[in-house]
Design a protein around this ligand. Structure first.
Ligand code: HSE
Length: 430
């Protein structure tokens, strides 16, 4: 039986999940491929830590180059995470003639083009299914089963941590900080949750999806991104009154050659399939010109779901090695389309503010919004006691560029009709 040797960089949660996934599926993979896949070396920079998994100690190495330069290793699986040193390790592995499989969204979003070119130059394969939406096989589907489509949009819940937090805030009315602490205690949120809660993780994943779906490179740092830290239980309750749930959405549209995108907590109609994607689950909703609307749903994080995607890629590469095949385009990051990046685009917005409870104020607000061409779709005012204090007001307004909306709200604050703008969130049109 042909043996494929794998060197794995990293033995954190995803590394352990990948090792376990391979052990669980060993005989099935052998029967279906006629090959034996073996993780022969593992980079473990802290061998003194008990990893809580039964792995023969002799597999561990402390220098990545013991794997990268090992002539007996066919595939390097990178599971360290972060842009560096992961990118350098992957680039050096490709230069050393190894195929590379990774789960690293930050490195692929930042350096995927360079790594893909290196793979091409050295006639090797680069796979990264696990980098977007964990166990959901979205990238390979876009690049193979759905290849005939021109895509017009993607709407995704791409981060499990924030979806878990927003779900618990919605179910229990618990404040953000409290849910975050609970999520950290349960291991759903990292000790430093910044990349998740500020939307950076979702922006990395959206950048990869945009390249595959539309063929344009938009760096994660250029994607307008807003995290969930400003969302309050009050916003969630107000949204519910209007028939919406709040989700951290990563969206991109291609309309007449202009690509707009953003990552933002958004009001999603309770009738939209994404509204019912809860807890740590992810979903990717795409629209293609042939297939029409399609939604992928599943676990976007966790050792075994991510391990499932990593081992899927490893087996795919192993099959190609056996056939003597070299470089292929699966999945294929594309940067060649004749498209323009047009920023965030115009959207419906939810405005949560406090207005002075005084005759004529509502008219003043509506007129000022009107001056900026902002039409009110619906609004609600909480009852006050007519003593000249302030009352909460919610507006949902029609399509407007956020910069114009920001200017109009600043005018309302300056002219005193509004005492505070508590939150502004995008509303997904359905
Ligand atoms: N931290 C990510 C999430 C998982 O919470 O979805 C890895 O991409």
């Amino acid at each position: 039986m042909k043996k494929i040797n794998i060197g794995m960089l990293g033995i954190g949660n995803i590394g352990k999940g990948t090792y376990q996934t391979l052990e669980m599926s060993r005989s099935k993979i052998e029967q279906s491929t006629g090959m034996s896949l073996e993780i022969v070396k593992i980079l473990n920079r802290h061998p003194e830590i008990d990893r809580g998994i039964d792995i023969p100690k002799e597999k561990y190495v402390t220098d990545a180059y013991d794997i990268i330069n090992d002539p007996d290793i066919d595939i390097v699986v990178e599971l360290i995470g972060g842009i560096e040193p992961a990118t350098t390790f992957m680039a050096d592995a490709l230069k050393a003639g190894k195929h590379v499989v990774t789960a690293n969204k930050a490195a692929i979003a930042a350096n995927g083009q360079m790594l893909q070119e290196l793979a091409y130059k050295n006639q090797l394969m680069l796979r990264f299914e696990a980098s977007v939406a964990g166990g959901i096989p979205i990238l390979n589907a876009i690049s193979s089963a759905l290849i005939s489509n021109e895509f017009s949009q993607v709407q995704g819940i791409l981060n499990g941590t924030t979806n878990y937090i927003l779900t618990k805030m919605t179910e229990n009315g618990t404040p953000y900080e409290e849910v975050l602490k609970d999520a950290q205690a349960k291991g759903f949120a990292e000790a430093d949750p910044t990349a998740d809660v500020e939307g950076i993780d979702a922006a990395n994943k959206l950048s990869i999806l945009i390249s595959l779906l539309f063929g344009i490179g938009i760096k994660p740092g250029d994607i307008p991104t807003k995290g969930i830290t400003t969302v309050t239980s009050e916003d969630i309750a107000f949204a519910k009154e209007f028939g919406y749930k709040i989700k951290l959405l990563a969206t991109a549209h291609n309309e007449n050659g202009k690509v707009t995108c953003n990552v933002e907590p958004s009001l999603v109609s309770e009738n939209h399939p994404l509204a019912n994607v809860n807890n740590e689950f992810n979903a990717v909703y795409i629209t293609g010109n042939a297939v029409d609307n399609l939604m992928f749903y599943g676990r976007g994080a966790g050792p075994l779901p991510t391990g499932s995607a990593v081992i899927g890629d490893v087996v795919s590469v192993a099959r190609k090695i056996e056939k003597g095949a070299a470089y292929d385009l699966l999945p294929h990051l594309r940067y060649d389309a004749d498209l323009e990046f047009a920023g965030e685009g115009a959207h419906h917005y939810y405005i949560h503010c406090h207005a002075v409870d005084h005759p004529g104020v509502l008219g003043q607000i509506a007129s000022t919004l009107g001056v900026y061409g902002i039409g009110i779709k619906t609004m609600m005012q909480r009852a006050g006691d007519n003593s000249g204090g302030t009352v909460p007001m919610i507006f949902i307004v029609y399509d407007v560029d956020k910069s114009i909306l920001t200017t109009a709200l600043q005018v309302l604050l300056t002219n005193g009709s509004v005492s505070s703008v508590d939150n502004v969130l995008r509303v997904l049109k359905s």
